[in-house]
Design a protein around this ligand. Structure first.
Ligand code: ZN
Ligand code: ZN
Length: 131
């Protein structure tokens, strides 16, 4: 190294990077596997299915969950956002629980409430960022 050796030291104030998609996927797989473990009939109850195998459905649920969680995490970071609006598919397969949330705007202050909600397996709802 010698004289020109670079000493790179991270300043303590360096902002932490947002979680990567891989990290969201990992966290989501724990969450989904927990839900699957609680309900032996989960696969039969899915509102989609048919073409999907059990393992494919599990992967699909994990991906959806990771995206859901990432959208909430990004909303926390974007101060210009008004909040996130819960949107259902609006069809007959929407469960009563999700129907209650349909169109509801979670303001920035209410994002912790949204984070705490654990949507069920097979939920096809979306969160739309609102400015
Ligand atoms: Zn639902
Ligand atoms: Zn739903």
């Amino acid at each position: 190294m010698g004289f020109f050796g670079r000493q790179k030291k991270r300043p303590a104030s360096e902002p932490t990077l947002p979680p990567s998609m891989a990290e969201f996927m990992k966290a989501a797989s724990y969450e989904i596997d927990g839900l699957i473990a609680q309900d032996p009939d989960w696969y039969a109850k899915l509102p989609y299915g048919g073409a999907m195998s059990r393992e494919e459905a599990r992967e699909f649920e994990i991906e959806k969950r990771a995206l859901w969680r990432r959208i909430i995490a990004e909303a926390f970071a974007h101060r210009e956002l008004k909040g996130l609006r819960w949107i259902t598919r609006g069809d007959d397969l929407v469960c009563p629980e999700c129907r209650l949330w349909d169109g509801h705007l979670f303001s920035r202050d209410n994002l912790p409430e949204l984070t705490a909600l654990c949507m069920h397996l097979g939920c096809r709802c979306e969160l739309k960022p609102e400015r």
